[in-house]
Design a protein around this ligand. Structure first.
Ligand code: ATP
Ligand code: MG
Length: 140
């Protein structure tokens, strides 16, 4: 059975361009409820740890530098079938391939600066949420 929570980050390109409010509106309009949210910035070490699963991929260093380059908004979101439903809402990794109406189609500028993160599994959603939020900070 699929879970009802996922984790997202609004990435530095989107916070820097002033798209945070519009992206949060899209998320709420799509039926997600926000269970925790914070505006923060990753250190290089934080970004290395968060993206450790990608450490063997050729773009890892670029990704770490990019994700620590400016503020991000981290959030835990709830909806039925949250992981898959949120990935539908954000669209393909490469905004050039993202479907019309998706967040990446509307706000992303490149495959690296692609506006938002969305967890790829229930297990990773839980791990990623706990990277930013204590149990006390997550609403019921
Ligand atoms: P995310 O995990 O951020 O939701 P995703 O699951 O669509 O994105 P992943 O394959 O997990 O894509 O890649 C993680 C992130 O690494 C991407 O969102 C993007 O920012 C960056 N990335 C992926 N492929 C490339 C690439 N070829 N060149 C540069 N950056 C890339
Ligand atoms: Mg991913």
């Amino acid at each position: 059975m699929s879970g009802n929570r996922t984790f997202t980050m609004i990435k530095p390109d989107a916070t820097g361009a002033g798209h945070t409010g519009k992206i949060i509106d899209k998320i709420i309009e799509a039926g997600f409820s926000i269970k925790a949210m914070k505006w923060t910035q990753l250190s290089k070490e934080d970004a290395q740890a968060f993206y450790a699963v990608h450490s063997e991929r050729p773009f890892y260093e670029e990704l770490v530098d990019y994700m620590s380059s400016g503020p991000i908004v981290a959030a835990i979101l709830e909806k039925d079938n949250a992981v898959a439903s949120f990935r539908d809402l954000i669209g393909a990794t490469n905004p050039a391939e993202a479907a019309e109406g998706t967040i990446r189609k509307m706000f992303a500028t490149s495959i690296a600066a692609n506006a938002v993160h969305g967890s790829d599994s229930d297990e990773n959603a839980a791990i990623e949420g706990s990277f930013y939020f204590s149990e006390r900070e997550k609403t019921k």
